[in-house]
Design a protein around this ligand. Sequence first.
Ligand SMILES: *Cc1c(COP(=O)(O)O)cnc(C)c1O
Length: 477
Amino acid sequence: MTKKVLSPESEILRRLPAVDALLRSAAENLIKQYGAKRITAAARAVCDELRQEVRQMTLGANGTNGEISREHLLEKAEKQLVKFFEREQNFRTQRVINATGVIIHTNLGRAPLSEAAIKAISAEAARYCNLEYNLETGKRGRRAARVEHLLAALTGAENALVVNNCAAAAFLVLTVLARGGEAIVSRGELVEIGGDFRVPDVMEQSGAILREVGATNRTKLADYERAINENTRVLMKVHPSNYRIIGFTESPPLKDLADLAHRSGVLLYEDAGSGALFDMSEYGLTDEPIIAESIAAGADIVTFSGDKLLGGVQSGLIVGRREIIEKIRKHPLYRALRVDKLAYAALEATLAAFERETAWQEIPVLQMISQTPEEIAQRTEKFAKKLSESATENSALKYESIAGKSVIGGGSAPDVQPETTLLAVKHNKMSADKLEETLRRSRPPVIARILEDQVVIDLRTVAESEEAELLEVFVKL
Ligand SMILES: *Cc1c(COP(=O)(O)O)cnc(C)c1O
């Protein structure tokens, strides 16, 4: 009888932990967090990976890896399993510190909500609430009536409606008002916004026929007038948002367009994009339509976003003439595009701050826009001082304050770049790219910009309540 001789490779392979052993030793906490099914699958993947690794190692080293013990392999597997789930954390929806200085940052969830809006979601709407229930009568009530009320009051419109986002609002308005007929738009306003909202595409999907008038840079009232025919349903005015033509440009005032529309028996619809609820020219935002002014100028319907300059949740706000809004409300497409109770609650709380006239103090987007360069310079100086006090003597960090610009973002006011102070940070042992990555993978993740080979931090978009956490992330570097 010959004894079977094991190759060194299979000897080591035999020492590999079984999936069960790995689960017993490492996974108790992880199982609580992710559930047994998920962890078992991950443990299996880790064991397979380790097996591959051992195979390659043994073959490469010609069978001399006898020192790899069972304990060593189990420990290694545990570490890999933990690392696997640490990386998973990056895919969880989570709060991040936005140190980019881009205020309405679409990739980071656009507008951070006000405290009142956060509370309205978590303390009220997240549970049972009176979404469609009238507490006075005990009967079915109008869905989120107060939001519509506030919107109408704040814009001077007769009526209002809320849908999922501004793209949905434009789609809905065009479907209801212009399907099968023509909508006239200036060539200068056939824009693409944020990569996936294209006016001509939305128009086509709605079933309205696009009638382009004028030139890219100039469109006159007479151009609209000539294009109006018996199939025309609306004149559409689109705010070009993140796109600007500078120089030799012309477009008729909204009032003239409204008069022309009404003279001709058609409607004027404005997609205002960001839309401001009040004048923000004090902070350089001179090109954003003020919704109340559009309504006053005679626009029949205006749509704008709830999470750009308004500083609320993702939503598309539709305001305008009573009978038109009612017609939209009755359309089946509205039922498909309406928002949920969480969005309504947050929007209501946000709008209430505008009603109280405390929006500049309460709404984070507006707070950030209105911070003066001096305030940010002071905050940055204080932050740098705290950093130097908390840092150990052999800290690898070097930093200095430099002048820079913040960005409004979200397609709003592309030509407005508020002055700011940036903290430029360097690390002895890390390139700027590596430092940016390390910040991004810390908890909470810190999102920073790289500018001329340095990581820069703009405190304009960091809430004061987040500064302590930010400091801790830096001290740990
Ligand atoms: C941003 C914008 C939109 C799209 O708004 P969402 O709320 O992102 O859907 C539509 N039109 C204009 C003019 C915009 O600026």
